[in-house]
Write a protein that binds this ligand. Structure first.
Ligand code: NAI
Length: 542
């Protein structure tokens, strides 16, 4: 005999996964014994969505809207997703960046219902036991952070939890990864942010960040516990500081299903921008020479993925890397430099030193420049004019975030190139009127890649996540840019179409996963149909 108690109607009303709120019909209210607990007349999902929209319109700022949406998610998950999936372009900036940044900074002030799991390093040796407290036994997708490098805001300690929560909401809203399989996690290893440790309202461990072997052992225990409890799950590392992000990825990428969106997703979305740009210029990737302004983790990550993509078109990796030159605060990365880190060396070229970026442009004659320097205005008029002299359609990608750090504005790129620039940026810019035309700048937002990657992994139960999967995703994303988009200069599809775009990208990634024998489910006859059938839809269960 089952001992599991049937939830009472009152409990159903308080279960966000089963609650329909005012949309419970009269018959359901009778059957559940909740008559009288709701306003008289039954509503429906469409009206409930309209009610939330009306409420959001009355509010003064996006943090308030974030809180209303977060409360909705805690009360009625279907309604939450119905609201954001009805207008993803409007709600993504509220559920995720930039609003989530402010939500993280104020996390210990606005904390409401618990969501996700907090694993403190003080519980070393007991992680498996604690993870068992999560009510869902079939977890497939984990986004985990240790809060050290939250967006551009630095160390936020456990206040960074807003990021895994918000990111998983986008996995669901933008690509249909079912929310019941998702688990946001924060590893609490302390914080080096004194404003937090000295704040009585802070909710995490008040100690300096643990480093070295103890940190590695803690992460290792976490990965192992996840493998035992949720063997089909993928772990996505999020907003770790570079000193930990790269070693963690290297350590686990060949052992378990895992990836780092800041490293791999970012490079994927930049590569997709290249493929989109090539649809405008009509050239091949191997014909390109890129010059990066910046030689940090973003630059080297993007340059390496572009190089790998070039090798798939037939040139060797050394040749490919030499087509991706980097320029940093000390000038062009050339072999004679003695200040280069190991991860930069592969991109150092045989060339005389050059200290001015515009001189590097003139000497190397790149087809595209990519700004990942965090310094605004470095793509100045001279630079863009030089690019426009060398190229009929110069590729100009200022990717530094936020908008105030962008290497140039969309308006500057179009104006100084006489309307010939193929432009995309890291942060959004409004449309530009120039020469009687309207240009719509594209934004290289990771959201074009990571939800689709998650969906493909979920639907195939992939064993591993490889760099090639990000190249496949980038190509698939560029395929989704229509001729109409290209005519106005858009090289990424509009965010309003994100769900369909993601399902297409997920299908292409899944095809590759099956082809490479990395799936743990049998290959379905129709992969696109399989992906669609796995995708979550915000509708009430009967
Ligand atoms: P980082 O700090 O690792 O690297 C910055 C690089 O810029 C360093 O190599 C530094 O030497 C160079 N630099 C600084 N000042 C310079 C100057 N005056 N002239 C020439 N070079 C200079 O930073 P990271 O993590 O590589 O990120 C860089 C930027 O890229 C950030 O703003 C980030 O938001 C943005 N980004 C945007 C993405 C997107 O839109 N999808 C993806 C990834 C990064």
């Amino acid at each position: 005999m089952s001992t599991q108690a049937v939830p009472t109607g009152y409990e159903v009303l308080r279960n966000p996964r089963r609650n329909k709120g005012t949309a419970f019909t009269e018959a359901e209210r009778r059957a559940l014994g909740i008559e009288g607990l709701l306003p008289t007349l039954p509503s429906n999902l469409t009206l409930q969505v309209a009610r939330i929209h009306t409420e959001l319109d009355l509010l003064d700022n996006d943090l308030q809207r974030y809180l209303v949406l977060s409360d909705t998610q805690s009360r009625n998950e279907t309604l939450f997703y119905a609201v954001i999936m009805a207008d993803p372009a409007r709600f993504m900036p509220i559920v995720y960046t930039p609003t989530v940044g402010e939500a993280c900074q104020k996390f210990d002030r606005i904390f409401r219902a618990a969501r996700g799991m907090y694993l403190p390093i003080s519980a070393r040796g007991r992680l498996r036991e604690i993870l068992c407290n999560w009510p869902q036994k079939d977890v497939r997708f984990i986004v985990v952070t240790d809060g050290e490098r939250i967006l551009g805001l630095g160390d936020q300690g456990i206040n960074g939890m807003g990021i895994p929560i918000g990111k998983l909401a986008l996995y669901t809203a933008c690509a249909g990864v079912p929310p019941q399989y998702c688990l946001p996690i924060t590893l609490d290893v302390g914080t080096n942010n004194p404003a937090l440790t000295e704040d009585p309202l802070y909710l995490g461990l008040r100690q300096a960040r643990v480093r070295g072997d103890d940190y590695a052992a803690f992460v290792d225990e976490f990965v192992q516990a996840v493998q035992v409890l949720y063997p089909k799950s993928c772990i996505q590392w999020e907003d770790f500081a570079n000193i930990n992000a790269i070693p963690i990825l290297e350590r686990y990428r060949d052992k378990v299903c895992t990836y780092n969106d800041d490293v791999q997703g970012t490079a994927g979305v930049a590569l997709a921008g290249m493929y989109g740009a090539l649809r405008i210029t009509g050239q091949k990737l191997t014909d390109q020479r890129f010059l990066f302004l910046g030689a940090g983790s973003a630059a080297t990550g993007i340059a390496e993925l572009i190089s790998l993509a070039m090798t798939l078109e037939g040139i060797d990796i050394t040749q490919a890397r030499s087509r991706n030159a980097l320029f940093d605060i000390n000038g062009l990365l050339v072999r004679s430099r003695t200040d280069l880190a190991d991860f930069q060396r592969p991109f150092a070229i045989d060339h005389a030193p050059i200290s001015k970026f515009v001189d590097a442009v003139k000497a190397l004659r790149p087809t595209g420049i990519i700004g990942v320097s965090t310094v605004p205005k470095l793509f100045n008029q001279q630079v863009i004019e030089a690019m426009s002299e060398i190229n009929e359609r110069p590729i100009i990608f200022p990717y530094s975030n936020p908008t105030s750090r962008s290497e140039c504005t969309a308006d500057e790129a179009y104006r100084w190139s006489d309307g010939r620039a193929v432009f995309a940026s890291g942060s959004p810019f409004p449309p530009v009127e120039f020469g009687g035309r309207t240009f719509v700048p594209g934004q290289g937002n990771n959201v074009y890649i990571f939800p689709a990657m998650g969906m493909a992994i979920f639907a195939t139960e992939a064993k591993r996540v490889t760099d090639e999967m990000f190249i496949v995703a980038a190509r698939a994303l560029a395929e989704q840019v229509t001729e109409e988009d290209l005519k106005v200069g858009l090289i990424y599809p509009p965010q309003s179409r994100i769900l369909n775009t993601s399902l297409h990208v997920a299908t292409r990634i899944a095809e590759w996963i099956f082809e490479k024998d990395l799936a743990r489910v049998p290959r379905p006859a129709d992969i696109a149909a399989h992906i669609r059938s796995c995708a979550y839809r915000p509708v009430y269960p009967e």
